[in-house]
Design a protein around this ligand. Structure first.
Ligand code: PRP
Length: 215
């Protein structure tokens, strides 16, 4: 039996997704060993292989078929815009993609002025300002701690993920506009979906049942 390979976005999401798979009897206890340097893990009995990757790389592995399946946030799926099937919302890691900034920036979003927008998500930000708001902006790509940008004067606003809202609050910022609700999704390689249709469809159906039961 050919292994079905699953790419998981490193971090909390991977742990939560593995829990769903564990409930289906798919196990990979070696993955939980904090000292392991192994990169890829197998459940020989059920014919699955797993690896952890940076979230941004998960859609790439899936598009090229190096992974048949990926589990990753909707933010990354939209930003990477890879060719793949999105098949299931895991209802995990729920948060929102927002435009945020100081209250004083509200006006600049209304009057369509040329502002700077700092973000880790240039594609999402560009699409939102160009195609939804029809506002010309300058996008500045950052790699983390995006909330710093309006505080130190790099940009007027940011486009970033808001979960609890504490990071914004503690830095005197607020949500100004909502762009997109986010959560973890299962994605599938287009060819794998045809070649391994039976096993992949069964896995997705079983995962969907667990998700529904935990709602
Ligand atoms: C994310 C996001 C916000 C924060 C939102 O950052 O970019 O900064 O979490 O969460 P909250 O609304 O619950 O405060 P992350 O911790 O992933 O790190 P980063 O800032 O380096 O991107």
């Amino acid at each position: 039996m050919r292994y079905i390979t699953i790419a998981l976005a490193k971090g909390r999401l991977a742990k939560q997704s593995m829990k769903i798979l564990n409930e289906l009897g798919i196990r990979c206890d070696e993955m939980n060993d904090p000292d392991t340097r192994k990169l890829i893990f197998e459940d020989k009995e059920h014919g699955f292989r797993f690896f952890l990757a940076k979230a941004n790389d998960v859609p790439t592995y899936v598009e090229y078929g190096a992974a048949d399946i990926g589990i990753v946030g909707k933010d990354t799926i939209v930003e990477e815009a890879r060719s793949l099937y999105e098949v299931l919302d895991l209802n995990l890691g729920k948060c929102r993609m927002c435009v945020a900034g100081p209250a004083s920036a509200k006006e600049s979003l209304k009057n369509g002025s040329l502002i700077r927008v700092a973000t880790k998500y240039p594609r999402i930000a560009k699409d939102y300002f160009n195609n939804t708001k029809h506002q010309t902006v300058e996008i500045i790509k950052l790699n983390g701690s995006i909330e710093l940008a309006p505080i130190v004067g790099l940009s007027e606003v940011i486009v970033d993920i808001v979960e609890t809202g504490s990071t914004l609050r503690e830095n005197g910022l607020e949500v100004l506009e909502e762009i997109l609700p986010l959560s973890a999704r299962v994605v599938v390689n287009r060819v794998s979906m045809k070649m391994e249709q039976e096993r992949i469809t069964k896995l997705i159906t079983d995962m969907r049942r667990i998700v529904e039961e935990s709602k």
